[in-house]
Ligand binder design. Structure first.
Ligand SMILES: Cc1cc2nc3c(=O)[nH]c(=O)nc-3n(C[C@H](O)[C@H](O)[C@H](O)COP(=O)(O)OP(=O)(O)OC[C@H]3O[C@@H](n4cnc5c(N)ncnc54)[C@H](O)[C@@H]3O)c2cc1C
Ligand code: SF4
Length: 338
């Protein structure tokens, strides 16, 4: 590991001044991803700016029933918050499905959004990788890719985003707030992550020197009737091979509102808007759920060893929507840690 500086900041202007003055400076949240990548030689910041003592650790209700979540709220505090569990149960479940209790106690909301892919070629500096060294190639295409993308990828990179939390945030139209020395800004999650295209090394639309200050969840009554399900290769402490956040509002047999987002299938949490379009205004039947899954997954492009994800996601859509259609909303609050 090469030498680096460390500064702890206590106010946002102080953090922005340091970030603006040094292009090699990086925020340090819980450090659960960044420090691992520094040890591996993948990340090489010159200065770490520890943001954990910034006054960004609150969760507050917004007018109309939404929530504002500070960037340094830990994953544990987010999942345990009564209003998160009541208004957005899929979000609490998604966070609890990630990592371990110890990691969730350290990991922050800002850091979770910006965690890097777990592609084994990316995390090994001895290997070529377009995301780490633009133009060096993508060995995953011909190599190990059983947990790589089936949607929205390109010939330049087929890595998936590993966040569980981000999948629920995508389903509920979260908006990311940030600040730079030039002032504040906002990015809807749908615009926060950039398309892969020819530039997989450019992952987000955040401007240089940006400090994420929080995430806002707009009011969404349907979110109170939501669930998150994660499929992984062992029962706990593993990243998803496919996951889904789903919310459903059915009245008189007709779907009034539905939210669907997929995890571990694309370079970003994947909002399944085509499936939502097919479902809205129609019947809440297994046939309709299957047709919606097929409509969304028609765009899937599987590699030789990850075609199972198309079937997996189809089955998850049908199973989750069927469960929600049969479940009393009062039974859906929160979740349990694994
Ligand atoms: C063994 C293991 C298993 C895991 N399993 C899962 C899992 O199943 N599901 C899952 O979703 N995650 C999982 N994780 C990932 C974990 O959730 C992330 O490491 C964590 O969320 C990152 O948060 P952090 O605060 O520690 O980020 P850090 O490691 O501190 O930072 C990550 C990135 O975010 C940037 N950053 C942090 N805060 C800010 C800010 N406020 N503004 C701007 N930039 C910022 C940093 O500069 C860095 O680039 C796992 C991690 C480990 C080590
Ligand atoms: S999939 Fe992306 S991250 Fe993995 S080797 Fe290819 S370019 Fe690198």
């Amino acid at each position: 590991m090469r030498e680096f500086g460390y500064r702890r900041v206590h106010d946002v202007p102080g953090a922005l001044a340091l970030l603006g003055a040094d292009p090699d400076a990086r925020c340090l949240g819980g450090g659960t991803n960044l420090v691992d990548l520094m040890k591996a030689g993948v990340e090489r910041p010159g200065l770490l700016i520890d943001v954990r003592e910034l006054p960004l650790d609150r969760i507050a209700a917004t007018d109309g029933g939404g929530l504002r979540i500070g960037a340094t709220v830990t994953n544990s505090d987010l999942a345990a918050h009564p209003e998160v569990r009541r208004r957005y149960p899929a979000l609490a479940q998604a966070v609890l499905a990630g990592a371990s209790g110890q990691l969730r106690n350290m990991a922050t909301v800002g850091g979770n959004l910006l965690q890097r892919t777990r592609c084994g070629y990316f995390t090994d500096p001895a290997k070529p990788c377009n995301k780490r060294i633009p133009g060096s190639g993508c060995p995953a295409l011909e190599g190990e890719h059983h947990n790589h993308a089936i949607l929205g990828a390109s010939e330049h990179c087929v890595a998936v985003h590993p966040s569980d939390m981000g999948v629920a945030l995508a389903a509920f139209d979260a908006v990311v707030s940030y600040e730079t020395v030039d002032g504040p800004g906002e990015l809807p999650l749908a615009e926060f992550y950039l398309p892969v295209g020819e530039t997989p090394h450019l992952e987000t639309a955040l401007p240089p020197g940006a400090l994420i200050t929080g995430v806002t969840l707009p009011p969404a009554p349907v979110a109170a009737h939501s669930r998150y399900r994660k499929v992984r290769e062992r029962a706990s402490y593993a990243f998803a091979i496919g996951s889904i956040a789903a919310a459903l509002d059915v009245r008189d047999g007709v779907i009034r509102d539905v939210r669907l987002a997929f995890g571990a299938v694309a370079s970003r949490p994947w909002r399944a808007r085509e499936a939502e379009r097919v479902l809205t205004g129609g019947p809440a039947s297994a046939e309709a759920f299957a047709a919606a899954a097929d409509a969304e997954l028609a765009a899937a492009e599987a590699l030789p060893h990850n075609g199972y994800k198309v079937t997996l996601m189809r089955n998850l859509v049908i199973a989750m929507l069927s469960e929600l259609a049969e479940t009393d909303p009062a039974e859906l609050n929160g979740g349990t840690a694994r």
